[in-house]
Design a protein. Structure first.
Length: 254
């Protein structure tokens, strides 16, 4: 029985765990950072909390006799992905990254790419705007530097404390979000620009499609640089990679 550790927190990680947990030849554990209060139910046993950096993760891989590590974290979780690559090298454990492709612009899109949240604040300009913030909780703090704007903030958990700006509204929710729902949300708050991460996938694409339909501007944070490791884009490809890696190990007598 092979031991698989999935670094999760994404829809793809959850779906991969569902596929692998059904198999008698695998013992799957899903690792969650514990940043959300009520994470979705997983099909496999869950470990919550950090490892203590790359060396801590390497120690875990060794002591728990993990055979394969799958980094299925969010495309913007650069620190975790970096630790995963380093830990896998230290522990000599095969590593696979499951990374969804970024969204690509379509006809009718009005996109601007920016490097980071601070650059997004600067790009909004001085004139008051009505901004939909679809970012992580750790990314929205810098928008207090531009209190002239109205902000609609969507997050999985409640933002506490709220932004120190005079005009802001908050909604909570976990994807998938439909285009129709997001079109209604953006219209109800008279939003004129969406600020988001280029997360890829379908679960949160609703706001992008809604912005296109409403003729709104979209400002996307560029993806961070991630380690160059074996990478697949879909859950099916991850399963195929795992089975191929297993066949190679058997062939080599490992």
């Amino acid at each position: 029985m092979r031991r698989i550790l999935i670094l999760g927190g994404t829809t793809e990680a959850r779906r991969l765990a569902e596929c692998l947990a059904k198999r008698a030849d695998l013992a799957v554990t899903v690792s969650l950072a514990g940043r959300t209060k009520a994470p979705p139910t997983q099909a496999a046993p869950v470990r919550i909390g950090g490892f203590g950096g790359a060396q801590g993760l390497a120690d875990y891989l060794t002591t728990q006799h993990v055979d394969m590590l799958i980094d299925a974290t969010h495309p913007y979780a650069a620190n975790i992905s970096g630790n995963a690559a380093e830990a896998a090298a230290i522990a000599r454990v095969p590593l696979l990254a499951l990374r969804r492709p970024p969204w690509a612009p379509r006809p009718g899109d009005n996109w601007t790419d920016v490097a980071d949240p601070v650059a997004a604040v600067q790009a909004l300009g001085q004139s008051p705007r009505r901004v939909f913030l679809a970012l992580g909780r750790n990314e929205i703090g810098c928008f207090t530097l531009a209190p002239q704007h109205y902000y609609l903030v969507r997050s999985v958990d409640q933002v506490d404390p709220p932004l120190a700006v005079p005009r802001a509204a908050y909604v909570t929710g976990r994807g998938p979000f439909t285009e129709a729902d997001d079109r209604g949300l953006l219209s109800a708050h008279a939003i004129d620009i969406v600020v988001a991460r280029n997360s890829g996938g379908t679960a949160t694409y609703g706001k992008i499609a809604a912005a296109r339909a409403l003729g709104l501007a979209v400002m996307l944070l560029r993806r961070p640089a991630l380690p160059e490791v074996p990478t697949v884009a879909t859950v099916d490809d991850a399963v195929t990679w795992l089975d191929h890696a297993r066949a190679l190990r058997i062939e080599r007598g490992v």
